[in-house]
Design a protein around this ligand. Structure first.
Ligand SMILES: [Cu+2]
Length: 93
């Protein structure tokens, strides 16, 4: 959390592109819809503490690497962050 706040978005993007795992808060969710072509996924998510967001259903961006591991109706634990100002799934387990 502190680490996330002290590094800039550029550093975060670099860490992501390097495929480094960062210590972040995983949130539970259920995948409602996957649009692989558009790189978007609709998730019914619990509260996103890091983003100060209550539980809701919403669309996130997700890269190909994430999307291939997603299926509609699947229960997931994920990490979301703002990447270029857009809410994006950056980790999945
Ligand atoms: Cu939300």
């Amino acid at each position: 959390m502190m680490y996330l706040k002290t590094v800039g978005l550029t550093a975060l993007a670099l860490a992501l592109s390097a495929g480094l795992a960062m210590a972040e808060t995983y949130t539970k969710g259920k995948i409602k819809k996957v649009d692989a072509k558009a790189g978007k996924v609709t998730i019914i998510h619990e509260e996103l503490v890091d983003l100060d967001m209550p539980a809701m259903t919403m669309v996130f961006r997700a890269n190909e690497e994430m999307i291939v591991n997603m299926a509609e109706g699947q229960d997931i634990e994920f990490v979301a962050a703002r990447v270029d100002g857009k809410l994006t799934v950056i980790a999945l387990k």
